[in-house]
Design a protein around this ligand. Structure first.
Ligand SMILES: [Ca+2]
Ligand SMILES: [Ca+2]
Length: 377
């Protein structure tokens, strides 16, 4: 039975979650470290690799769609040269965000916040759309999985009862039947009263379907990062280079002992997910570009894409990501996630750093994964 369950995990969870946390190279969890300890060792960015951001001088369009802001576009240095998974120097695989390379993007509108439950409900009410997590998995998609295991559901963070080695994320993720965007923590949970919270348990196709209905689209990875950097150059975070300027958290992340039950101290004001827009926006007026929920972008994932783009030293103009997903020995098709989530801690998964990347299997979802949209002129 364990193997069968694992097969479900392999398809429905492993792909989506492992990637966001890139668990494979962890060896030395520093369980006693706190946010404060790690912050002391914060900035390992060699700013010299970043050349100044040049913001387009075009004037903002006269009309801005409600809930969006104008991002003027321009030229910037994209990526990260922080190769450790965490600020505590646990060696990891954020190397996929290097090398830092030069990119140009045209201007666009972007949602100020992550798409909320209220907004997603409007889409579902208007169209009758059924998300992937609400659909019973089919034998065609999961050959070899016994029929009794093919139940509609999704991945839910399930804290451990005691400290664990951080090398196996299945210890703190569960596949829970009856989980979907309206029941993000399992069938007994609900989004009642959570209209302004980001919608979660959303797969790539669920996000893309919403965007199409709204007359928008998902951002490219380059558009997402240009926007997140807020016109600044080479910063570690979307707000600057210090995790807690003046001692104040700037994003909804996780403080304390990950992934233990009641381990999140909530020093930033939130244990777990928060309503959108609870922290200061970045310089472009965008909220939660770090933390709260991971956000789908449109690009297929490739760990070598930045290396390819940087070849020849040319400026990549409006890069759209690789033509297809093609990663050796990893058949689960993945697109990029950005920004980290409320589960990211400086012990583990510091992907709230603005240049770093996550990724997820396109038909997988979780309770820390949502999206926001953009719109071209
Ligand atoms: Ca928090
Ligand atoms: Ca976010």
């Amino acid at each position: 039975m364990k193997n069968k369950i694992y097969r479900i995990f392999t398809i429905l969870i492993l792909a989506a979650i492992s990637v966001a946390y890139s668990f494979t190279q962890f060896t030395t969890p520093k369980e006693k470290l706190t946010a404060m300890d790690c912050t002391e060792a914060a900035n390992t960015t060699a700013v010299s690799e970043f050349e100044p951001t040049i913001i387009n001088k075009n004037s903002a369009p006269s009309q801005t769609p409600k809930g969006m802001v104008w991002i003027p576009g321009g030229e910037f240095s994209m990526g990260s040269n922080v190769e450790d998974e965490s600020l505590c120097s646990i060696k990891g695989v954020t190397k996929d965000a290097s090398p830092v390379h030069r990119v140009y993007v045209d201007g666009y509108f972007m949602d100020e916040t992550e798409v909320t439950n209220e907004e997603y409900a409007k889409f579902v009410n208007a169209t009758g759309y059924v998300t992937v997590a609400e659909q019973k998995p089919t034998q065609e998609e999961f050959p070899g999985v016994p029929a009794e295991n093919l139940i509609a559901g999704s991945a839910v963070f399930s804290p451990t009862t005691a400290a664990v080695n951080l090398n196996d994320f299945i210890q703190w993720w569960s596949y829970v039947g009856g989980t979907d965007w309206k029941h993000p923590l399992g069938p007994e949970s609900s989004i009642k009263g959570k209209e302004k919270y980001p919608v979660v348990q959303i797969t790539y196709e669920d996000a893309a379907a919403y965007a199409k209905w709204a007359g928008k689209r998902l951002p490219t990875e380059a558009e997402w990062e240009f926007a997140a950097r807020g016109g600044k150059t080479g910063n570690l975070y979307s707000w600057g280079n210090t995790l807690k300027p003046d001692g104040k958290f700037q994003a909804n992340i996780y403080q304390g002992h990950f992934p233990v039950k009641d381990g999140d101290a909530g020093e930033d004001g939130f244990k777990g997910i928060a309503p959108t827009g609870q922290f200061k926006p970045n310089a472009f007026g965008l909220y939660d570009m770090a933390g709260n929920v991971w956000e789908w972008v449109n690009d297929w994932y490739s760990p070598s894409y930045y290396t390819e783009l940087s070849k020849g030293g040319k400026i990549a103009r409006n890069p759209q990501g690789p033509d297809a997903y093609d990663v050796p020995n990893d058949p689960e098709k993945k697109r990029v996630h950005r920004g980290g989530s409320f589960l990211c801690t400086d012990q583990y998964c510091t992907r709230y750093m603005v240049g770093t990347r996550g990724k997820g299997e396109i038909r997988s979802a979780a309770n820390h994964l949502g999206f926001r949209c953009v719109k071209s002129l």
